[in-house]
Ligand binder design. Sequence first.
Ligand SMILES: Nc1ncnc2c1ncn2[C@@H]1O[C@H](COP(=O)(O)OP(=O)(O)O)[C@@H](O)[C@H]1O
Ligand SMILES: CCCC(=O)OP(=O)(O)O
Length: 362
Amino acid sequence: MENPKILAINPGSTSTKFAVFLGENQIFKETIRHEDKDLIHFPTVVSQLDYRLKLLIESLHYHNINLEELDAVVGRGGFLHPLKSGTYIVNKEMLDDLKTARYGEHASNLGALMAYELAKEQDIPAYIVDPIVVDEMEDVARLSGIPELERKSHVHALNIKAVSRKIAKRIGKDFQSLNFVVAHLGGGISIVAQRKGQIIDVNNANNEGPFSPERSGGLPAFQLVRLCYSGKFSEKEMLTRLTKKGGFYAYLGTKNAMEVEERATKGDKKAKLVLDGMIYQVSKEIGAMSAVLEGDVDGIILTGGLSFSDYIVQEITRKVKYIAPVFVVPGEAELESLALGALRILTNQEEARIYSVEINAY
Ligand SMILES: Nc1ncnc2c1ncn2[C@@H]1O[C@H](COP(=O)(O)OP(=O)(O)O)[C@@H](O)[C@H]1O
Ligand SMILES: CCCC(=O)OP(=O)(O)O
């Protein structure tokens, strides 16, 4: 199929981003922002499906984009069974796992569900690409120190794979011949050791590694246990504190790094300390992942929204440039990566993977 028309959908916790591609070329892009007040009354992520779909369809109609002209729909992949990197056809088993939040709740769980709903009306395929559960970790990285607490790969795989390909192309080498430490620095942070294209270790973006604008990162275990049993918080409140109300938000009441930086520049000592604390922890994690690669690092890549900040990039670079050259790819290329993942299937460059707990089990 030449130049297929692909709709890519990226549902986030505060937005639904979507774009239409003709082959590799983006011909339309839109972001719908969701305020807290609009989402707060939905008890679960999956219960937002109809609401988000309606807004998306209205926007497509408004911009004269005809769903009947699409060849495929592709969504960001959410919490599923651990999977190999690649493009997966959305099937019943996947939909069932997402509807029941079998492996956890995250806005990206809506990606496959929205893609499927739109694709089935047109009788075209729906896909996901490099979901947040891409798991290429080595066995040695899975140990935590307590047998029942296995470390899990929860990672910004879609953007990390995309920026790694981009930098490999820039330096004129094949992505699968290079070793990178990639730091996705967004609302959540994942920092990976990527050996010859494979993510062999990562700080779980939800509960390990550096704190981020909204997440606590790894915490002192004894004190955490005591806080959980203090009787002050329910399980849900504690989990929300760790994943949505940690990091910058917990210390400073904002998740906005630009605001934190401005406060720091204007003399707010606490804002400066917290900003520098995150930079310190990110640099430390980059060092740890470099050790995982035994110092054989072709490049360190900084990406995600925080990489738009000159201060953050300069400070991290100052601390880690002794390891390897630092490359910066600010923001994320998730919609483009989704479309390219679907395109590789539609143009027969790759075969779509089938989601099945049996086949992909690690
Ligand atoms: N130009 C910028 N300078 C500094 N920080 C920025 C800039 N643009 C975005 N950010 C920060 O990046 C973070 C969000 O990153 P992003 O990758 O968009 O996250 P997510 O997709 O997880 O919401 C926020 O803290 C935001 O304030
Ligand atoms: C759980 C890994 C992916 C992730 O944290 O995504 P967001 O930063 O978009 O929430």
